[in-house]
Ligand binder design. Structure first.
Ligand code: NDP
Length: 300
């Protein structure tokens, strides 16, 4: 079997187009422009890249983009003040504080200081609790993107066996919760899981969110299963020239694609969906803040 490739780049473009349409409607019908604020503390090069592309795409879909770039030694009190001001700013509907934060800052405290209604990353403890109890919440962007792709590919995932490899708060746990909310039968695997290969072999849906390059081989995959590869790992690629690198996921793409029914590539799979879902969450937050109906198909 050769797997269907789930094209996240194309899917993300569709989501962004939908977001753009809703933004245009909010402007013309209600005179509202959704606003997204991104707070970046320090100069982590990977975070710089993410923040730049988030800002660019925010503007492309017609939303207001605000960036707060703070020095690496910014005090907790100063950062909290920036967030408080954004919480109180009626033109800002979504706030994202780029992680990781410098070590001297308390990440949990900072995230939980964001107004839950503006918490477009879905990391605030209130949103985690709402998601866990099946209530309306802001949903973390990466798992939301994975869910959208699964729903699009399968229609319904009800009753399917899903294995999520990884139990982080930002990917693994919310992913498992979303799959459960859609009535899949869910197993969460992690570094202490015994016989991981056997656990994965039972899955109709495998979501790999580990951070280990090409860890899942094709002979772990049940024939016809759907494989969602969240991992982003950079490997040296001397064959491409001195100092060159290439991105790979957490699954061994070629051997998994030979067995799976469908698979997301890296790059071009889950990655592009993450920013698209951030924009989707911002437009959802804006509609909720203004008592307007939420756009359909853009949230869990
Ligand atoms: P974390 O490091 O926070 O979590 C990794 C998880 O993998 C942990 O739960 C860990 O288990 C588990 N794990 C580690 N080793 C093994 C193993 N040998 N067998 C089984 N499980 C194992 O990572 P994140 O969740 O933040 O990210 C995961 C990957 O997804 C990374 O590659 C990251 O770059 C990528 N990512 C991609 C995004 C995108 O937009 N595409 C967005 C966010 C992340 P334990 O808890 O027991 O330690």
């Amino acid at each position: 079997m050769t797997a269907t490739v789930i094209d996240g780049k194309e899917f993300a473009a569709r989501v962004r187009a939908q977001v753009g349409m809703h933004v245009a409607r909010l402007k013309t019908d209600h005179g509202i422009t959704p606003g997204l604020a991104v707070v970046l503390v320090g100069e982590d090069p990977a975070s710089e890249v993410y923040v730049r592309s988030k800002g660019k795409m925010t503007v492309e879909v017609g939303m207001k983009s605000v960036e707060h770039r703070l020095d690496a030694d910014t005090s907790q009190a100063d950062l909290l003040k920036v967030i408080e001001d954004l919480n109180n700013d009626p033109e800002i509907h979504g706030i994202l504080c780029q992680l990781p934060l410098p070590k001297h800052l308390n990440e949990d405290l900072i995230i939980n200081s964001i107004d839950p209604a503006k918490d477009v990353d879905g990391f605030h403890i209130s949103n985690v609790g709402l998601l866990g109890t099946g209530q309306k919440s802001m949903v973390p962007c990466t798992p939301l993107g994975c869910l959208m792709m699964l729903r699009d590919h399968h229609g319904s995932i009800s009753g399917m066996n899903a294995v999520v490899i990884g139990r982080s708060n930002i990917v693994g746990k919310p992913m498992a919760q979303l799959l459960l909310n859609d009535s899949a039968t869910v197993t969460i695997a992690h570094s202490r899981t015994k016989d991981l290969a056997d656990v994965v072999r039972r899955a109709d849906i495998v979501v790999a969110a580990v951070g280990r390059a090409e860890m899942v081989p094709g002979d772990w995959i049940k024939p016809g299963a759907t494989v969602i590869d969240v991992g982003i790992n950079r490997l040296d690629a001397p064959e491409r020239g001195a100092g060159k690198t290439r991105l790979v996921g957490d699954v061994d793409y070629d051997s998994c694609a030979a067995v799976a029914g469908a698979i997301t590539p890296v790059p071009g799979g889950v990655g592009p969906m993450t920013i698209a879902c951030l924009l989707a969450n911002t437009v959802t937050a804006c509609c909720r803040a203004n008592g307007l109906p939420e756009p359909e198909g853009l949230t869990a």
